[in-house]
Design a protein around this ligand. Sequence first.
Ligand code: TXA
Ligand code: MG
Length: 343
Amino acid sequence: MTATRIIDASDENYKEAVKAASELLAAGEVVALPTETVYGLAANAFDAAAVAKVFSVKERPTFDPLIVHVSTRAELSRVAIVPDDIKHTVEKLLNAFWPGPLTLILPKHPDIPDLVTSGLPTVAVRQSANKIFRAVGKELGQPLAAPSANRFGRISPTSAHAVRQELDGRIPLIVDGGACSEGLESTIIHITAGEKRPTITILRPGPVTKEMLQNFGKIERPKKSRDPGAPTAPGMLESHYAPRTPLILLENADDFRPESGKKYGLLSYTGEPGKGYTGLYPWTVVEALSPGNGKLPEAALRLFHVLRKLDDAELDCIFAEPVSEVGLGVAVMDRLRRASKQV
Ligand code: TXA
Ligand code: MG
C-alpha cells in the first residue's frame, strides 16, 4: 500500500504540482496526470523498470503496448523514425492535430524499451494538448509512456476522483487538473503510403473523427479478420471500458426482455421523456449523456463519467441506447460495444 496524494494543479499550485510529479518520475515512480482525453498513468518512457510498474499497477497484460507522449515536436525523433514515404503526410497531420488527441503508429526508435511496445517494431506516439501534462514531460526532459489511469479493462478516468477510485493506494501521486475536456481516448491511426494518396487506417476511433481525417488520405477501418502482420491495436481487446455491472447495448428496442424483480438503469442519449428508450420500462435510474437536445461532443465528454455513476448505483444491469454513428458517435458506439462485450 502506498499513500496516494492528490495535488490540485490549478493556478497557484501549478508549479508545485509539476515539480512534485517530475521529481517522482525522475526517481522511477509512476504518476497519474491529466490529459485532454482521459487521465494517464505516466512513467519515463526510457526507464523500463518504471514502465514495468505501470503494467503492474494497472494489472495490464504486457502484450498490450503503451502510448508514448512527447512534450515537443522535436522529441518525436527520440521516440520514432518517420519513414520517408509518409513524412509529408505525417507533417500535415501533426500540423493539423498536434498537440491533441491523435496518436500515430510509427516505426519505433531502438532506444524505446521493448516493454513499452510489447515487442512490436512500432510505437504509438502523441502530444497531449494538456499544458500540465506537457510541462511535466518538459521538466523531466523525457517522453512519457502513459496508458489510461484505470485498472485493466475498466472505465477510463476523466477526473482525479475517478483515478482515485481506480488506483488509490497503488500510486504515490495524482495531479488534479480538473475534468478532461474530450472525455474519450485519442484516435489511433496507422499510415501507409499509396500510389496516389496515402491510406489512413483508424485503429481506434476517437475525438479526431474520420470526417476530420479524410482530407489527408483514404480512410480505412481495420479488417475484422486479422492478417498476421497487419496493423492492429492490440488494446482493441474485445472487452474493455467495462463497468462491473453488466451492460447491454440495446441496438434494437424489440430485443429488450426484462426479467421481473431486477433493478435496471438506462444510459440514455438525451434522457428526455418520450425520446429514445426512456419510456420503455420503469427504469430505476436514467442517466443522460447529453441532457436536452442531445449533442455528440457532450455525449463523448460525459460517457465515462455517466458510466461510472451508473456502475455505482447498485443495479442488476445497465441498458444503453445507441447513438448515431457519425462524427464522434463512431467513438461513442465503439466504447459502448466494448463495454457491453458485443464486438
Ligand atoms: O487518449 C489516450 O490515448 C490516452 C491518454 C492517457 O493519452 N491513453 C490511452 O492509452 O488510451 P491506453 O493504453 O489505454 O490505450 C493505448 C492503446 C492500446 O489499446 C494499444 O493497443 C494501442 O494504444 N497501441 C499502443 N502501441 C501500439 C502499437 N505499436 N501498435 C498498435 N497499437 C498500439
Ligand atoms: Mg485504456
